[in-house]
Design a protein around this ligand. Sequence first.
Ligand code: GNR
Ligand code: NI
Length: 167
Amino acid sequence: MAILPILRYPDARLHKTAARVTRVDEKIRKLIKDMADTMYAAPGIGLAATQVDAHLRVIVIDISETHDQLHALVNPELLEASGEADCEEGCLSVPGVYEKVRRAQHIKVRAWDAQGAGQTFEADGLLAACIQHEMDHLVGKVFVEYLSRLKQQRIIARLKKQLRQAM
Ligand code: GNR
Ligand code: NI
C-alpha cells in the first residue's frame, strides 16, 4: 500500500497536460493501485494522476460508500455530453473549498480499464460530475477556474495562509 502526496492548489504542476498512455503495463497498474489507495485514504471519490504529479491520462473513481466500486479510466474520451446539472464540488487539491459547478448531466465515456480492455459507459449525476472533474485535471484544469476571479483570489489567499501556518 502506497499513499502518494497530493499536489495542492495553487501549484503550477496542477496545470500540466497529461500524456496518453501507450500501453497498460505493470507500471500503470501500480500507479492505478497507488492512486486508489491515496483516494480511499484521503478520503475522496475520485483522483486524477495529475494530482499525484504523474502526468498520464489515468483516473480512479469510486463514489460508493462501501469503497468496493473502483473504476480505473485510462485514456478517457468524452463521446457524448447532454443536459446541465449543478453539483457541489470539492477537490483534494483544494482542501476545505466546496462550490457549485455546472456541468453536463449525462455523459458517455470511452476508456481502457486496468487490464487495457476498452470500456464504454454512461453516467449521470454525481458520477458524471466526478468524471468531468477528473478529466479536467488531465488537461490542467482545477474546478476553482469555473468560479469568479474574486472567489479564486480569496481561495488562493486562504490556501497560502494555511500553508504558511503549517510551516
Ligand atoms: O472527493 C471528491 N469529491 C467530489 C465531489 C463532487 C464532484 C467532484 C469530486 S472529485 C473529489 C476528489 C478530487 O479532487 N478529484 O480530483
Ligand atoms: Ni479534484
